[in-house]
Design a protein around this ligand. Sequence first.
Ligand SMILES: *[C@@H]1O[C@H](CO)[C@@H](O)[C@H](O)[C@H]1NC(C)=O
Ligand SMILES: *[C@@H]1O[C@H](CO)[C@@H](O)[C@H](O)[C@H]1NC(C)=O
Ligand SMILES: *[C@@H]1O[C@H](CO)[C@@H](O)[C@H](O)[C@H]1NC(C)=O
Ligand SMILES: *[C@@H]1O[C@H](CO)[C@@H](O)[C@H](O)[C@H]1NC(C)=O
Length: 406
Amino acid sequence: MDVHVTDVWCQSVPAGFSIQVQPSITVQEGLCVIIPCAFTADYKTTFTNSTGYWKSDFETNIASSNTSVPIVKENFHVTGNPDNGDCSLKVTDARKQDTGSYFFRFEGSKESNIKYNFLAHKVTLLVTDLTQKPEISNLGHLRVGEEVTLTCFPPGNCDGIHPTITWWKDNLAGIWGKSSTVTFTPLLSDHKTSITCEANYPAVRSSTQKTIVLDVQYPPSINIFIGPSGMIANHTMVLNEGDSVILNCSVISNPAAYVTWTKGENTVVSSVTGQGLELYLMDITSRDINTYSCSAWNQHGDTSDFVDILLQPKNEVPVTKLSFETSPTPAPEIATVSSPQCGPREIDFIILGAFIAGNILILSLIALALLCCVRRNMKKRQEAIINNGEELSAQGTASVYKNLTE
Ligand SMILES: *[C@@H]1O[C@H](CO)[C@@H](O)[C@H](O)[C@H]1NC(C)=O
Ligand SMILES: *[C@@H]1O[C@H](CO)[C@@H](O)[C@H](O)[C@H]1NC(C)=O
Ligand SMILES: *[C@@H]1O[C@H](CO)[C@@H](O)[C@H](O)[C@H]1NC(C)=O
Ligand SMILES: *[C@@H]1O[C@H](CO)[C@@H](O)[C@H](O)[C@H]1NC(C)=O
């Protein structure tokens, strides 16, 4: 029986012959695709000594299950065994010029004499630009000092293609790695570093790459500064009565830390921040003498530090640091402890008051003005603190005025 159908236009399929294959398939240049396919011939799905071919036209074998048959496309492979009714086709290193229509031809053993072109069920292969990107694994858990292995999975879709892999790291000159994995121990300086995995498909001269930004996490570290004067020696700060200072707990942390200021045993203020937490101490009195501790916590660890605030014995100190007696436009020291938003307008207003009232009144007015200013600032700043201190920049520092929480 020879059911060799030669009339392309007459595609009625003789009884007993059928094929199941998708009519079209798309693959990106350089990648691989398997086209599953099953057929029956003469009502059967098992044969002996049969041969399967994929052809682009009657003359051209592009792939054959008989490896001795000359074929025109080295990157097309009949992977199915036609003896089992399997006509699956694999295309590796897909090229643009592989785009086209293909059909399966079955030839039974010489004795059976079954030959059939499944012309009614051509497969259209479309090869498009390479846009798929590699995947990079194992990024969730980068920690300072902990060795980690990153794996690059280039797009491929099936075995049989072997792109070359190249890794780049933007704080490193030259190639970082040349295999599918890189192992390294992240440093603090690796945080926010970009790394790139590039997959190259030399057979088709195309490449694709994926860049990711490292999120290297670490436990918080803190430093307590006193504004405006600066560093603290021996955890001790001796202040004069009436002084105003900002205790600044500066935090370095990823992810943002939960930061707390305590006065003695009492929590005064806390915030989630990646930058710092300020505690304003205005018009120091003996009630402010205490140990102020700042502690910071994130899931990688915690730390704390403290400062003891002491008062200078009274006889050694001038009664007040602020005096407007000599000139109506002094450079008031208060401007250095207030935040920049406390413009000269408020100061002028205060100074006007200075001529009317005595020193005591001046001080209380100043304290009041400062309080308003601090309240305003604090509101602004706290609005800026929204559970991700890491993202906060200049306004990332929280602050509080002590009298608000006492
Ligand atoms: C299959 O081919 C082998 C040799 O290639 C032959 O010995 C065998 O008889 C053939 N079997 C059938 C069923 O045609
Ligand atoms: C395979 O193809 C070669 C060359 O066309 C042919 O000589 C040989 O008989 C074929 N083998 C089978 C098992 O069909
Ligand atoms: C810090 O404390 C130590 C011991 O308590 C003392 O010897 C040292 O002089 C202090 N340093 C300063 C700068 O106060
Ligand atoms: C407190 O520390 C933070 C972070 O170091 C800094 O941005 C801020 O300006 C400091 N505030 C003052 C008042 O020094």
